[in-house]
Design a protein around this ligand. Structure first.
Ligand code: NIG
Ligand code: FE
Length: 419
């Protein structure tokens, strides 16, 4: 018999229960909160979710009972866009940006992504796993239980495989759940600068087949941007990825309006990410093809820009918006979803409820896991967080602190704050 666990005395049990599809429009604000709620876990899954009295009637003598102390309980965050496996940091470039240099200027002189590529190529699989475990702990501490994890700092066959294997090992050896994405098209490596098509052919003919054969990724992503990969090149790579059975995601319109959103629509991508410069035509293309926009305000903030994506227009257009951290050593060095919620509300004028939906159930759907995670409903994985707050809006309102008090992944306590 699987072990049982009951959590009682929650001020608000934020279930995000509802229709079994990504939420749009007014539904983004429906969190299906149960006041004085409680839940019952059996093994790795939720057995019952309801009012305290209902759940208490199901508690047997062998059941562990956790008193939430009138705190709020929410689903574990699902962070649908991260770059969590890399060696080295870029605090020096951060300092240069503080002194006036731009992200593009730093990249143009061989820094940026290429700095991290050099360090990551020099690291072993074991080094990457060790470094990655530290970041896994950061994600869990802030209340995230699932992340999408991109490769993209290797840019050779062996180094990309090394990163994807590190992601697989991290998934097995930490409490954090990783959904792997192949991003061999994160940049054209320096040695292929004058032979771009040769590198694209390498991705298509060597990297993608190996990644698919070894089942190292579920998705493929491309950085479609002026000076990185053109729309035509992005098309070539993503079409090949689709033939290998991978789902498609794309970094689109981040630094300029490069037509990435339009392309995402034409290619039927699952998501189009960033979208800081996307216009009404791009939004209409996403809507027509049901592409989910993944908004990453952490990178806008950390790059010192004020060009946030047009979240309100996207919501008004009926898009199933997702929020994510974009955790990476360059443009967004934060693993914290509460920080992203704060930015979403203060800078993009999303409501706290919309932000919660965008970072739980909608994010889960964008990773093909909407039936398994992202809300607290009978039969789903018991991924939930007791935050040290009595109202869910505090998660976006108080910023710069860690809210989580107890974090559970698949029914197991994985972070426990001693206070
Ligand atoms: O999503 N846009 C491209 N990739 C990352 C940045 C990676 C880096 O600077 O290391 C992003 O912002
Ligand atoms: Fe990114």
């Amino acid at each position: 018999m699987a072990e049982t666990l009951a959590v009682i005395n929650c001020s608000q049990l934020v279930t995000v229960a509802g229709a079994r599809h990504p939420r749009t429009g007014g539904d983004l604000r429906q969190l299906a909160i149960i006041e004085d709620g409680a839940l019952l876990v059996r093994g790795e899954h939720l057995e019952a979710v309801g009012r305290r009295r209902e759940i208490e009637s199901l508690i047997t003598s062998d059941c562990e009972v956790v008193d939430a102390g009138k705190r709020v309980v929410v689903p574990g965050f699902v962070d649908a866009h991260t770059h969590p496996v890399f060696a080295g940091i870029r605090a020096n470039e951060f300092e240069q940006r503080a002194s006036g240099a731009t992200y593009r200027e730093i990249a143009a002189r061989g820094g940026g992504i290429r700095t991290t590529v050099r360090a990551t190529r020099n690291a072993s699989l074991n080094d990457l796993v060790k470094i990655g475990k530290r970041y896994a702990d950061w994600f869990l501490r802030t209340g995230t239980t699932t992340i999408e994890a991109k490769s993209g700092y290797g840019l050779t066959l062996e180094d990309e495989l090394k990163i994807l294997r590190a992601i697989r090992q991290l998934n097995e050896e930490t409490a954090l759940r990783y959904v792997p994405t192949f991003l061999g098209a994160h940049d054209v490596p320096a040695e292929y600068q004058s032979r771009r098509q040769t590198y694209i052919n390498l991705i298509i003919n060597e990297m993608l087949p190996r990644v698919a054969e070894e089942k190292l990724a579920e998705y493929c992503d491309v950085f479609c941007e002026k000076g990185v990969f053109t729309s035509d090149e992005t098309w070539q790579i993503l079409s090949a990825a689709r033939c290998h059975g991978l789902g498609l995601r794309v970094h689109a319109d981040q630094l300029s309006l490069s037509g990435g959103a339009k392309l995402a629509g034409e290619l039927n991508c699952v998501t189009a990410d960033h979208l800081e410069h996307t216009d009404a035509t791009g939004i209409a293309a996403l809507k027509a093809a049901k592409v989910q926009p993944v908004l990453l305000p952490g990178s806008v903030y950390a790059l010192g820009s004020n060009q946030y994506p047009a979240a309100r227009q996207m919501i008004d257009a009926g898009l199933a918006v997702v929020l994510a951290t974009d955790f990476n050593p360059g443009s967004s060095p934060t693993p914290s979803m509460p920080m992203i919620l704060s930015l979403a509300c203060s800078q993009m004028k999303m409501t706290p409820a919309e932000a919660i939906t965008a970072s739980t159930i909608n994010a889960a759907y964008s990773l093909g896991r909407g039936d398994e995670i992202g809300s607290l409903e009978k039969g789903k994985r018991a991924d939930f967080v007791i935050h040290d707050a009595s109202d869910y809006r505090e998660l976006a309102y108080f910023f710069g602190i860690e809210h989580s008090w107890r974090v559970y992944a698949s029914g197991k306590l994985v972070q426990n704050r001693l206070r």
